[in-house]
Design a protein around this ligand. Sequence first.
Ligand SMILES: [Zn+2]
Length: 163
Amino acid sequence: MKLIDMTGKEVEIRDCLGCEIANGTIDIFGGLLYQGKHFTVAQDFELPIDGFIIIFSKRHVEKFIDLSYDEQIELTTLINKTLKILEENNIAEEYNIILEEKAGYHFHVWLMPRHKWMIEKFGKVLKNIKAIQDYAIQNMKTQEIFDKIKNTCELVKKELNKE
Ligand SMILES: [Zn+2]
């Protein structure tokens, strides 16, 4: 399967997408921001939305209840840490934390920022996620935005890997 990243580059997926990202076997926009014991943090490589961060389990699991206690602790800690970094650096003030369970889909959590432009153009973010993502793909693929996303990636990477 081939996917196109936000800059138009083709990314070849041989296995499960989540497994490939979480275990670093494909090259994605912004790179891997953090690799913990059980989870990997990365920017969504397809959508040009600043601060749209995804946390993938390293194990191929599909359901929240399949996580071990250690995994649950690492996940919630990572969500909390990442949101704090994003908020303190004014990437977005509020986020929707989205966890969708789907048979055959690799476990991941979306940290979906509520940017001003989303609220102005679409009102309720959660209700209009698909429209917001389509809008970003059609209108936000600019070098300026890619640079902004790269900066946010560097920042999150630096902060998450501290200590
Ligand atoms: Zn997988």
